[in-house]
Design a protein around this ligand. Structure first.
Ligand SMILES: [Zn+2]
Length: 503
């Protein structure tokens, strides 16, 4: 390949290649033709229409965010800046049981936060959603999970606290089949949320079995990440076993200080399941705080007895992130409302929801740094942002997850090696979610690439100022085209819908 008459559309010269496999890095140039990597080696003699100088830099496969909530965001803000600036070239949407279809049930949850442009019309099913992504062309690729909460609302007409009828289970299963036929990568649940929290193991397993028949993933925000973490992991594994799905534990953590350290046990359970031949993995964002809806904090009793899925948290550890009806509340702690209003924490939270609406999101400090490191270092953990980039003070993970791992946890603290981190961000998720031709730097693969400086890369997004791009990550390429060049978004819109197992 490396002859002087080769001519490429793009050559990335002089970088150190981390190919996504976790293997040792190598020095090589990368030749890109169209949307593919067509040469890897010494391309000194070759010419190209465009060149990127990567000397002194690392070159990795574009990062795959396995835990995205950007189902509507990729359509409402298709430049998806918060993602591409941190090296993400593919998002897996539909997490925590909240999917993009059927449209009405999906829009009820996501439509208020993400206003769709008028040219985007309601879609039918996952086939319609993925086609809409292809028509809108965001700046990155999109794969989708089918969301249980969304299906349950559609099947049961509303939020129901009772088991579904056989017909209603069949209705949900029908949408999973539609989604998997259309190319969805699996099925997700969010079992601390309405209405998923009212569903029992049998219901979930029955619906997941359809996804399992297609070789899909079962991704779960488990019923409990606190004092019943172990039982929740066991439930997820049992559902995987019954349904035939591989299992993805979403944002693996132990929540609430009473439960810190419990990830040692949950990691052991995952290891034991893998030894039995089950494909069980997890994902993580690298922070000691999480973010969720304030409604869910109340429903799980987190401000009172703390026996629900979130554990016990204190008002001082809860920050208002997104408060649609009262944006002036964003950035304040719940404790400040407790003081101002002289109310118990739970009553103050309810008053905020009454004033600002049900789509209030909060940041909650509820994890232990030691647990974060333990989970990150574990070979079954891959990376996802769980970002919800709305309001003025969203959780900084929406902008900072990947550079934070590369800077803080790889370079500064040595928790994992750089090649291991890259594998958790690219090859490992591509294999798990069957994203054909993605996740690795090899000849013939899609040219989704990120160029960063291992010596300087770092997140800059903070709780006070959470919507800032990283430094040290100058170039991001999607399907052969730079979408970030010299640290600036090029406005290129070259992303595609990714359909399970298909190139
Ligand atoms: Zn979740």
């Amino acid at each position: 390949m490396n002859t002087s008459h080769d001519r490429f559309d793009l050559i990335i010269r002089g970088g150190t290649i981390y190919d996504g496999s976790g293997g040792e890095p190598v020095s090589a140039d990368i030749g890109v033709t169209g949307d593919r990597i067509t040469a890897l080696g010494d391309l000194t003699e070759a010419a190209a229409a465009d060149e990127i100088d990567a000397s002194g830099m690392a070159v990795a496969p574009g990062f795959i965010d396995v835990h995205s909530h950007d189902d509507f965001h990729v359509l409402s803000s298709p430049d998806v800046e918060h993602n591409v600036y941190q090296g993400i070239t593919t998002v897996v949407v539909g997490n925590c049981g909240f999917g993009a279809a059927p449209y009405d049930a999906a829009a009820e949850r996501q439509g208020e936060l993400y206003a769709l442009p008028p040219e985007v019309k309601p879609w039918v099913g996952y086939g319609g959603y993925l086609d809409t992504v292809d028509r809108v062309k965001p700046s990155l690729n999109v794969a989708a999970l089918v969301g249980h909460n969304t299906l349950r609302v559609d099947a049961m007409g509303d939020i129901q606290q009772v088991p579904p009828s056989i017909d209603q289970v069949t209705h949900m299963a029908g949408w999973v089949a539609e989604g998997m036929e259309a190319g969805a990568v699996g099925f997700s649940t969010g079992l601390i949320y309405e209405p998923g929290r009212y569903s029992e193991t049998d219901e979930i397993a029955a619906v997941a079995t359809v996804a399992g028949g297609y070789g899909g993933v079962y991704a779960t925000h488990m019923r409990n990440e606190a004092e019943r973490l172990v039982q929740a992991v066991e439930e997820a594994i049992a559902i995987g076993q019954t349904s035939g799905c591989s299992v993805q534990i979403s944002h693996h953590k132990a929540s609430g200080s009473d439960n810190w350290g419990a990830v040692e046990r949950s990691l052991e359970i995952i290891e034991a399941a893998r030894e039995r031949g089950l494909d069980v993995t997890a994902d993580q964002y690298p922070y000691t705080s999480g973010s969720t809806r304030l409604v869910a904090v109340l429903q799980n009793g987190a401000l009172t007895e703390g026996t629900g899925g979130i554990g016990r948290v204190q008002a001082k550890d809860v920050l208002l992130a997104t408060s649609p009806g009262r944006p002036e509340y964003e950035g304040r702690s719940l404790a400040s409302f407790v003081d101002d209003w002289d109310l118990p924490a739970e009553d103050a939270a309810q008053r905020i929801i009454d004033e600002a609406g049900e789509h209030v999101y909060v940041v909650i400090f509820m994890m232990d740094e030691g647990d974060v490191r333990r989970v990150l270092a574990h070979p079954t953990t891959m990376i996802g942002t769980d970002g919800i980039p709305r309001g003025s003070k969203p959780h900084p993970r929406a902008w900072g997850t990947y550079p934070r791992i590369l800077g803080k946890y790889v370079r500064d603290e040595g928790v994992i090696s750089l090649q291991d981190a890259v594998r958790k961000m690219s090859g490992m998720p591509a294999d798990k979610f069957q994203l054909a031709g993605r996740g690795y730097i090899r000849e013939g693969a899609f040219a989704d690439l990120v160029v960063f400086d291992p010596a300087t890369v770092i997140d800059t997004a903070t709780y006070e100022d959470p919507k800032t791009p990283p430094t040290g990550m100058p170039h991001v390429i999607v399907n052969g085209v730079p979408v970030v060049r010299d640290g600036r978004h090029t406005q290129a819109r070259v992303g595609r819908a990714l359909r399970r197992g298909r190139e």
